[in-house]
Write a protein that binds this ligand. Structure first.
Ligand SMILES: Nc1ncnc2c1ncn2[C@@H]1O[C@H](COP(=O)(O)OP(=O)(O)O)[C@@H](O)[C@H]1O
Ligand SMILES: [Mg+2]
Length: 331
């Protein structure tokens, strides 16, 4: 089986509101797959159907080879879940939290002890294992939750907004754990996020979710390339006209424009084209003062497909929600 997850036209209707509106995608075994979209896009609802917490209104899906409705018990045995809302017991130690979870999965005692010490090592919480969770930092709690999601050795791990509310440095740290889990332990990971840089950094492939639909799906690299390649800006000291004419004859250059002695050209795989440009400049006796390469960001791509910035509607936390409420009312 090459596919860890296969989703076919999944719909979730809440009364008259369609939160998930016919979503289809597959996730390959061993992949990190990201669902990226603003607050309210339908990401968590999609995940809740896949982890068998919500029954779809229509459509179907398989997780680890099992139908989410017909074989929900098998699905649950094969998945780990780290959810948006923390669900650790603050009055227990980290080790006790893990042990409690392992008992729920009927893992017998000697196995539990072994497993828990492996996981504590993996999430680098060995030193703090016997401290109460209420004394943990935000990043430590998140690591513990991820560790807990791994106790029964799931094939597929679901992470719903894994770094929400964490500072930038802690977030990077969590990203590294996620990468490590995926590469060393071959766990398929599906994550939701509204942080563009998170999807860009972590995901092998990303689906943009907007108003309950997938509006684009590909590798971050391909999504950016499709937007029109890379932009190379050259400051030209002499020979500008001749160079410009020369550039326009090159088939690998998609577009070129000149302002104030600077030529901006659009190409695919810009990093490979810089040597060619230098040769071309020499040929046309042009002197280049500087060359700069910009990659279009995933933010540019998101804007292209949805017509908005991902943070437009929500910003961060409650301030953003209030802004979004005002925006909705004034629409
Ligand atoms: N149980 C529910 N009943 C009614 N509406 C819901 C319910 N759960 C979620 N929604 C609505 O569905 C939409 C999608 O929510 P959600 O999947 O949580 O979005 P995301 O995770 O992308 O932020 C939101 O507008 C939300 O208010
Ligand atoms: Mg959500």
């Amino acid at each position: 089986m090459d596919e860890a997850i296969k989703v076919n036209n999944l719909v979730m209707q809440f009364g008259r509101f369609r939160a998930v509106d016919g979503i289809s995608f597959s996730v390959n075994n061993g992949e990190i797959f990201g669902l990226l979209g603003p607050n309210g896009a339908g990401k968590t609802t999609t995940i809740k159907m896949l982890i068998t917490l919500l029954k779809p209104t229509s459509g179907n899906a398989h997780v680890a080879g099992f139908d989410i409705v017909l074989n929900s018990n098998e699905v649950r045995k094969n998945i780990g879940i780290v959810f948006q809302d923390p669900s650790l017991d603050d009055e227990l130690t980290g080790r006790e939290n893990l042990d409690f979870h392992a008992i729920l999965y009927n893992i017998e005692k000697s196995q539990r002890i072994k497993k828990i010490s492996q996981i504590l090592k993996l999430i680098e919480l060995e030193d703090k294992a016997d401290d109460l969770v209420k004394n943990y930092s935000g990043g430590m709690k998140r690591r513990l939750e991820i560790g807990r999601g791994l106790i029964h050795e799931p094939k597929v791990l679901f992470l719903d907004e894994p770094t929400i509310g964490l500072d930038a440095q802690t977030r990077r740290h969590i990203w590294d754990y996620i990468k490590k889990l995926n590469s060393m332990h071959k766990i398929t990971i599906i994550l939701t996020t509204h942080y563009i840089e998170e999807a860009d950094y972590l995901a092998d492939r990303v689906a943009f979710v907007d108003h309950g639909k997938i509006v684009a799906l590909d590798t971050p690299r391909a999504l950016k390339d499709k937007l029109g390649g890379d932009i190379i800006s050259m400051q030209v000291q002499t020979g500008l006209d001749s160079l410009e004419k020369g550039l326009k004859q090159q088939k690998w250059i998609k577009a070129a424009s000149t302002h104030n002695g600077r030529i901006d050209i659009t190409v695919d795989e810009g990093e490979h084209q810089i040597p060619r440009l230098i040769l071309l400049a020499e040929k046309h006796n042009a002197t280049i003062r500087s060359i700069e390469l910009h990659k279009p960001s995933l933010e540019d791509v998101f804007l292209h497909y949805t017509g908005k910035n991902i943070r437009d509607e929500e910003g961060e936390g409650w301030k953003g929600r209030i802004r979004a409420m005002h925006a909705k009312r004034n629409r």
